[in-house]
Ligand binder design. Sequence first.
Ligand SMILES: CC(C)(COP(=O)(O)OP(=O)(O)OC[C@H]1O[C@@H](n2cnc3c(N)ncnc32)[C@H](O)[C@@H]1OP(=O)(O)O)[C@@H](O)C(=O)NCCC(=O)NCCS
Length: 154
Amino acid sequence: MPEPSVTVRPAAPSDVSAIEAVDPVASTDEGRRGFIAERVAAGETLVALVGDAVVGYVVLEHGFFERGFVAMLCVHPERRRQGIGRALMRHAEGACRTPQIFTSTNLSNAPMQRLLEGLGYRRSGMVDDLDPGDPELVYSRRVRDPRSPPEAAG
Ligand SMILES: CC(C)(COP(=O)(O)OP(=O)(O)OC[C@H]1O[C@@H](n2cnc3c(N)ncnc32)[C@H](O)[C@@H]1OP(=O)(O)O)[C@@H](O)C(=O)NCCC(=O)NCCS
């Protein structure tokens, strides 16, 4: 099946309920809903759209050892394996204000590991003691020459 035409733009407060509808965790987890609302209000969220429909989102923070850090990437379950996660990561890299971008995922999350490896991320380490029995793998990628300014977000 051909990949859909995906556009990515900064999220607006009016996107919050559509973002919650994309993320299965948000339907049961008040903490996730609060996280989404806060990160959108902070201007740290990008949404992927197919037509007018929000189909995924990515949260890019800059508080991780003063580096860009993708704290969340999620694609609607019915829209997965269509290149949307990859497109969101590429846009997060474009919006990253630091030469390196970091992210992390659980050892059990093979789809995210495959996605990151396919985009040229390397393993930067592992953190125990977050989720019991499921360590967090940290990944990073150099996104630009340290002397170059970041691209415009969006
Ligand atoms: C991880 C996630 C964001 C991937 O999004 P996606 O839109 O399906 O990913 P893409 O279609 O862009 O896939 C890019 C590549 O990642 C890999 N990949 C993605 N899903 C995969 C799966 N289920 N199994 C194996 N590889 C997978 C493949 O290499 C894929 O390339 P290909 O389709 O050409 O083979 C999505 O599965 C998701 O939302 N998961 C729940 C939330 C989550 O775990 N987020 C990550 C931690 S914050």
